[in-house]
Design a protein around this ligand. Structure first.
Ligand code: ZOZ
Ligand code: NAD
Length: 649
């Protein structure tokens, strides 16, 4: 394979006898910076940003970036920039030695002036390719550490690992040979499925901001309202993180809890989160932005409310009735419900058009996703405001329709259900989680459940009449004719709510602890459960665990597309990558289904549905059948196969 055409041009520039000064006025990212590194000097505007972000697209800087940058700024700094793709400011670039001068005025004028000042000077010491990489005795150790860290955080992505290998070549090989190695490694990445997945994801994340709804509301015709002051009702697992994100976005926040004790606990937790975040990100402490209160009356003058109380429809309805009376006209009323009907809540208010779902993901101050749920009566303006608010909070907002669980949790249900069935059939939570984490998930489904709180789903199942305490015999595992696992309910009955109580699918050193450890009690409980229900444990291989969990989730994704709840497969993929820790280098569940082959996914679903005919989630949805029967078209053509849903807004 030939290298990118940029390479010979950069060589010509570097070999020139006249000084060439790069003027970086705006951004020099990727090829732009590689070009600048071929110049003899670099001048940047103070607002410029520089970086080599190729790794985020599954590639490496393939025009000499991996060979020149370490020669210029040393191995540790170059490794960090190249393996993370981090952008740096002009000031940091100056400090690192990437640029020679920073100006507040025109970078081009400064570069011309600079060129005149160096005219006639020898350029021998200015050609970076001729430099020797700065060496230090601990270089081997540096590479070893970098490789270990990259392998840990990459979760199976190959580009960061390959980037380390390429930088290694800059130290061990002469420049020309290093360039050959860079080209070879680039070519491996270029043809890997991962680069394709990451590039698809890159565009998918941009596409979701151009949202539209079945009734024709659109991002470019709906104007968001200004929001300066917001309120959060309920400061539990979610409300705390939401308050932090709002305060960090510069909003004044009124945070409301029921009683002094809960309020104080929440205040302490929020302060800690703000402090750690300020330290980590170097941003000012936003503690004074939040005012705490025990009365919902305190939210009268806010522009937007986010309700985050228990997942209990009756309670939420009462709160929406109260808010409708208390808040000034025009206040947007949002709910962080995990899946309850937005329309039912809207119907409790005087202005149902101002009600939308703002569904955050745990931990809410960290996860980058916001599902914005439009009900049949939400106004385009309300939707636009919530979408914009999410962006302001540093999230990626995805607009989704109103149905049980919306997009993310509706898909989570059959996925979690399979995980429960696997436990019944002989697996442990550790085994299932290991398979999912090896696939690349940030956390296995049982660890995630412990993080979210097992009581959240329990409350919903109770409200749905699915929880039947003390039931025995076959009926204990059947609901409405379908297979049901009461395992989650039984754990909750024991007070095991996950991290918050220090016990769940795992054990933790204390309530609120985060390090999941296998729990012998749980293993005994599973054995006893199987014995009680006449279930014989079997050894389940990795492939089966993975296929059953993922394909059930993907199948529901197709159903969601068919129902018009998500605008397209890209929306689902962004939701899973940013909301549930799906590995980005696998593109998202819908992209992954295409990669595996829709006919293969269909064939496996058919197989599992034959084995488990009483599991509805394994019955292949008609859209995947239709697509597979049409020779599995590429993902960007799937929309052509979806019938237009009825207007929802
Ligand atoms: O491991 C990373 C991750 O992304 N995990 C996946 C999380 C996930 O899947 N969340 C979705 C949950 S489902 C949901 O939210 C929708 C919903 O409606 C649920 C409804 C109930 C349904 C129940 C069935 C499930 C994670 C981001 C967590 C950590 O990544 P890192 O290890 O790279 O992060 P760190 O160490 O740099 O820390 C960053 C901040 O995250 C905090 N954190 C880490 N692990 C945690 C945690 N917080 C709580 N629990 C954990 N296990 C960490 O403390 C730090 O925050 P600060 O404030 O300490 O700075
Ligand atoms: P939680 O039990 O941790 O916290 C709920 C908080 O609401 C409690 O602190 C409680 O004291 C408070 N509260 C109850 N009634 C109140 C009232 N009338 N006024 C003020 N505060 C009140 O629950 P959570 O996990 O934070 O979930 C909150 C909401 O967010 C639920 O609707 C849930 O479905 C949703 N959600 C949860 C997660 C998750 O992973 N836990 C993720 C997304 C959405």
């Amino acid at each position: 394979m030939r290298g990118p055409p940029l390479v010979p041009m950069i060589h010509l520039i570097e070999a020139a006898e006249k000084p060439v000064v790069a003027a970086v006025e705006g951004v020099a990212l990727g090829g732009g910076l590689e070009l600048a590194l071929g110049c003899h000097y670099r001048i940047a505007h103070s607002k410029a940003r520089l970086g080599l972000p190729e790794v985020t697209l599954g590639l490496l800087p393939g025009a000499g970036g991996t060979q020149r940058l370490p020669r210029l700024i040393g191995v540790p700094a170059a490794l960090e920039l190249i393996t993370t793709g981090r952008h740096v400011t002009a000031a940091e670039a100056l400090q690192l030695g990437i640029v020679d001068e920073v100006t507040d005025h025109s970078a081009v004028d400064a570069a011309v002036k600079f060129a005149q000042s160096v005219a006639g000077k020898s350029l021998d010491a200015r050609r970076i390719s001729t430099y020797l990489c700065p060496r230090s005795p601990d270089l081997a150790e540096i590479f070893e550490k970098a490789m270990k860290e990259v392998r840990r955080s990459a979760r199976g992505a190959i580009a960061p690992v390959t980037c380390v290998q390429a930088v290694h070549a800059s130290v061990t090989l002469p420049y020309a040979k290093g360039m050959e190695r860079e080209r070879e490694l680039f070519s491996t990445l270029f043809t890997s499925g991962q680069a394709h997945a990451l590039q698809y994801y890159f565009f998918a994340q941009r596409a979701v901001s151009r949202w539209s709804t079945p009734s024709g509301a659109r991002w470019d015709t709906s104007k968001p309202r200004p929001v300066r002051k917001a309120a959060v009702i309920g400061l539990g697992t979610m409300g705390r993180g939401i308050s932090v994100s709002l305060a960090q976005a510069g909003l004044s926040v009124v945070a409301v809890e029921t009683q002094e004790k809960q309020l104080l606990e929440a205040k302490q937790a929020v302060s800690g989160m703000l402090e750690r975040s300020a330290k980590r990100r170097g941003v000012p402490l936003a503690d004074d932005k939040i005012k705490y209160n025990c009365s919902v009356q305190a939210v009268a003058d806010v522009d937007l409310v986010i309700e985050a109380v228990f997942e209990d429809m009756a309670l939420k309805k009462t709160i929406f009735q109260q808010l409708s009376g208390i808040c000034k006209p025009g206040t947007l009323l949002c709910t962080n419900t995990s899946g309850l009907d937005i329309d039912e809540l809207a119907s409790q208010t005087q202005s149902p058009e101002l009600v939308v779902g703002m569904h955050f993901f745990a931990p809410a101050h960290v996860m980058k996703l916001l599902e914005v749920v439009y009900g049949p009566r939400s106004s385009p303006e309300a939707l636009a405001t919530a979408m914009e608010m999410g962006k302001k909070m540093g999230k990626v907002s995805v607009a989704v329709g109103n149905c049980r669980g919306f997009v993310g949790n509706r898909m989570l249900k059959p996925y979690l259900e399979q995980a429960f069935f696997l436990l019944e059939e002989g697996a442990t939570p550790e085994q299932v989680d290991q398979v999912l984490e090896e696939f690349g998930f940030a956390m296995g489904v049982f660890k995630v459940s412990d993080l979210s709180g097992l009581d959240v789903g329990w409350k919903v199942r109770k409200a749905d009449g699915l929880v039947v305490p003390g039931s025995t015999g076959k009926s204990a595992r059947i609901r409405g004719g379908s297979r049901y696992s009461p395992l989650g309910d039984l754990l909750c009955e024991q007070g095991r709510f996950g991290q918050k109580t220090g016990r769940g699918w795992y054990q933790y050193d204390k309530p609120g602890g985060r390090v999941a450890k296998p729990d012998p009690w749980l293993h005994g409980f599973l054995e006893e459960y199987r014995a009680r229900h006449g279930l014989v444990a079997r050894r389940i291989d990795h492939q089966e665990m993975l296929e059953r969990c993922l394909y059930a989730l993907i199948n529901e994704g197709f159903q969601i597309l068919q129902d018009g709840i998500a605008a397209g497969p890209e929306d689902i993929d962004v939701i899973y990558v940013l909301g549930y820790g799906w590995p980005r280098h696998r593109g998202g569940p819908m992209f992954y289904a295409g990669l595996v082959g829709l006919d293969k996914v269909l064939e496996r679903l058919e197989h599992y549905h034959q084995v488990y005919p009483d599991v509805l989630g394994l019955k292949p949805c008609s859209l995947i059948r239709k697509l597979a029967a049409s020779s599995s078209p590429p993902i960007h053509r799937w929309r052509e196969f979806i019938q237009k849903p009825r207007s929802q807004l």
